[in-house]
Design a protein around this ligand. Structure first.
Ligand code: CMC
Length: 431
């Protein structure tokens, strides 16, 4: 870490001596005040629930400039990656720091596409779930269970094990997500086809049946690939921080990724795409475009408990760049499928238009996030709403792994152990 020219001085109004704290500079973005010695020097902790002002680690993977609406993976703008690279190139970049050259590309693509099959016993494990189980419940279990099937890559301290686990997770996630879907549908699982692209193979495992050949539509394949790229990493969000914290105890990579999946499920995080589509469908069933104004009044009323799902972001205080790309993909997919007049898309655009002009949203800098349009794209492709977050988990797995491996390789890494401001009863005795 690079020391900044200045230092921070923390002074106290009660006469306690002030303390000087080092300041570090990133390559871009805000400087950080190093408070690691604060407790030792003052006997005080800092208090920052929700990590509003806390950098939990140093990272060289993903950078977000929330005010500019900029997202960079290893320095490359998301717009360039989404239009000039595919998902597996993006995975290579996130894991290794550079885009692959031709031979690295062939080798990496080959490696991932040849490890797509899961242990045959996994399907018996899957059968233990009720057919109507939520796919995220199933996926949390299946991914955690990988550690029981692949003993030879569970030592998180061994770089070779970490590498094998990374390839296994990236390769097998599409298979597991498709298996969870097929199981719920009561259809036979489709074994992966390694001659297809990563996205094409996923589409075939989802929508193919053994009864007939499945032909991958290149427009849908590209859309799926873009959904994966846009969700691949997003610096220290809740699920990524969960993976880091979980992995910091030295647990195995499959367990750490399963923890990330569990966190992602929540509606304030990855579950927002599902919640957003449910919201739009509810709105459509209750008056559609004509009732958008009334609905927006409810959203603005704090007592209603209604939020505009797919809007707002902790970091983006300008447009989420992923939402723009997703809207573009939405147009392409709907045109390809002859769904240009999709009423939900029209409704979503109307909601966005009203929100972008409304003082409430403008003042709070609330803009559409990636999930606002991703649900409409996925629904048009035929992915059921309850599987949206599963698709997000599939795509984010590479980001979680890259972040986990970065943490483990950091010489300053320690088990994560936050402190607290205790507000309960002091010691007392049972009468
Ligand atoms: N609808 C209505 N009001 C909102 C919304 C919303 N979607 N989001 C934030 N606000 C209001 C909030 O009530 C608060 O108002 P006030 O200052 O008057 O109290 C203000 O805007 C600031 O919000 P906040 O809750 O302090 O912001 P946060 O950074 O803690 O929360 C968020 C960020 C994403 C959890 C929140 O915006 C939200 O719940 N959005 C809807 C869920 C969603 O779409 N999540 C997906 C995030 S992107 C995908 C991902 O990375 O997982």
């Amino acid at each position: 870490m690079k020391l900044a020219d200045n230092k921070a001085t923390l002074s106290f109004s009660n006469g306690k001596p002030s303390v000087e704290l080092p300041v570090y500079q990133g390559s871009i973005g805000p400087d950080v005040i190093d408070i690691r010695k604060l407790y030792g020097q003052t006997g005080m902790f800092t208090y920052d629930p929700g990590f509003l002002s806390t950098a939990s680690c140093q990272s060289a993977i993903t950078y977000i400039d929330g005010d500019k609406g900029e997202l960079l993976y290893r320095g490359y703008p998301i717009e360039q990656l989404a239009t000039q690279c595919d998902y597996l190139d993006t995975c290579y970049l996130l894991l290794n720091g550079e885009l692959p050259n031709d031979s690295q590309r062939n080798e990496f693509h080959g490696l991932v596409l040849k490890h797509t099959m899961v242990h045959e016993q996994m399907q018996f494990f899957l059968r233990g779930f009720r057919r109507d189980a939520h796919p995220m419940a199933v996926l949390t279990g299946l991914i955690g269970a990988l550690s029981a099937f692949y003993h030879d890559s569970t030592d998180i301290t061994n770089p070779k094990h970490r590498e094998i686990a990374a390839i296994r997770l990236i390769s097998k996630l599409p298979t597991l997500v498709a298996m969870a879907y097929k199981y719920g549908m009561g259809q036979p699982y489709m074994y992966p086809r390694n001659d297809l692209s990563y996205a094409g193979n996923f589409l075939r495992m989802m929508f193919g049946t053994p009864c007939e050949d499945y032909v991958v539509n290149p427009v849908i394949e590209r859309a799926m690939d873009r959904i994966f790229i846009l969700h691949a990493d997003h610096e220290q969000n809740a699920s990524t921080s969960t993976v880091r914290l979980c992995g910091s105890s030295g647990t195995n990579p499959f367990a750490a990724i399963a923890a990330g999946v569990a966190c992602l499920w929540g509606p304030a995080h990855g579950g927002a795409n599902e919640a957003c589509l449910n919201m739009l469908e509810h709105l459509q069933a209750n008056g559609g475009v004509a009732k958008v104004g009334e609905f927006m009044e409810q959203v603005k009323d704090k007592n209603s408990g209604v939020k505009l799902m797919g809007f707002g972001h902790r970091v983006y205080k300008n447009y989420d760049p992923r939402a723009k790309l997703m809207q573009e993909t939405c147009n392409e997919v709907l045109a390809e499928l002859g769904l240009e007049k999709d009423p939900l898309f029209a409704l979503a655009k109307q909601v966005e238009k009203i929100a972008l002009e409304d003082e409430y949203f403008v003042e709070r800098k609330l803009y559409p996030n990636v999930d606002f349009y991703s649900g409409i794209v996925q629904r048009a492709i035929g992915i059921p709403v309850s599987l949206f977050t599963g698709v997000f988990a599939l795509a984010r797995t590479v980001g979680w792994i890259a972040q986990l491996n970065e943490m483990l390789a950091d010489p300053e890494y320690k088990i994560g152990r936050p402190r607290q401001l205790f507000t309960g009863s002091p010691r007392r005795d049972i009468a």
